[in-house]
Ligand binder design. Structure first.
Ligand SMILES: [Zn+2]
Ligand SMILES: [Zn+2]
Length: 267
């Protein structure tokens, strides 16, 4: 099945990725994906290995070069995966205003001074404490805003699963609905991210249940993202996510140009 876009791809402008923009574009074209967004990590938390790594001037020069070379075959959007924008509103706003990003994903990787993408966050908390602290912080992040779409809503389950076992969103329905309500009210969209599908937890982030809640609550803006850090993961399982979105009642994905959303019908 046709993949309408991949709106979460990292490149060598991220601290944890080696792919060049050219390689990414060639791979997307080979897969028949008509539109991509390069969302490199932008982080500000002291102690995060990504903090200070992103070089916007060089990034935009490389984006422009790829638009010249591949623009007749591929729509290339400039993006960022901004970590914890609510804690660094000044820094994130300056960057977003100063450069011509099409799209900003807001992601939560830290709860206070602990990274949720490692086991240690879970080993001294009960599942209730670990997940509720994350969703409460996420709710604050959405209310503060400053980004277009919320990245990997329940990525906390990636290592939570390794420590506690199965993650069931129904157990956290209220705090998750709080996050979704904030998204709908503030006009922030929701990403369906397939990186967690490649992990032992083996679920997209979020799953069908959560997508249905968002749709029922009036949510309309959804993007698809592989969160690829290597070529083999570009477009990963996104055709399956098209089917998932349809099952949740969506008829479109949303793409962005200069932060303006536009609907792309699901194939
Ligand atoms: Zn992330
Ligand atoms: Zn990412």
């Amino acid at each position: 099945m046709h993949i309408p876009h991949d709106y979460h791809i990292h490149s060598s402008f991220s601290f944890d990725c080696q792919m060049s923009l050219e390689q990414i574009c060639e791979r997307a074209i080979a897969l028949g994906i008509p539109e991509i967004c390069i969302t490199d990590h932008v982080d500000f938390v002291p102690g995060d290995p990504s903090t200070g790594y992103f070089q916007p001037e060089a990034y935009f020069a490389a984006i422009e070069a790829c638009r010249e070379k591949f623009g007749d075959r591929l729509t290339i959007r400039a993006g960022a995966e901004m970590g914890e924008p609510h804690r660094f509103p000044y820094e994130s706003e300056i960057l977003a205003d100063e450069y011509p990003f099409d799209f900003i994903l807001g992601s939560l990787h830290w709860v206070q001074d602990e990274m949720v993408l490692q086991r240690e966050y879970f080993t001294h908390r009960s599942p209730q404490e670990a997940y509720i602290a994350y969703f409460t912080e996420l709710h604050t992040m959405v209310r503060v805003g400053g980004f277009d779409v919320l990245g990997h809503l329940d990525v906390v389950k990636r290592y939570g699963f390794d420590v506690y076992g199965t993650f069931d969103p129904q157990e956290f329905e209220e705090p998750i609905r709080e996050v979704l309500r904030a998204c709908v009210e503030v006009g922030i969209g929701l990403e369906v991210n397939t990186s967690t599908l490649r992990r032992p937890v083996h679920q997209p982030s979020p799953t069908l249940t959560v997508l249905k809640w968002y749709r029922e609550m009036g949510g309309e803006i959804v993007t698809l993202g592989s969160d690829a850090h290597e070529l083999a993961h570009i477009g990963y399982a996104l055709a399956d996510m098209v089917a998932l979105l349809k099952a949740a009642g969506f008829t479109h994905v949303t793409s962005f140009a200069d932060h303006q959303p536009y609907f792309v019908p699901l194939p």
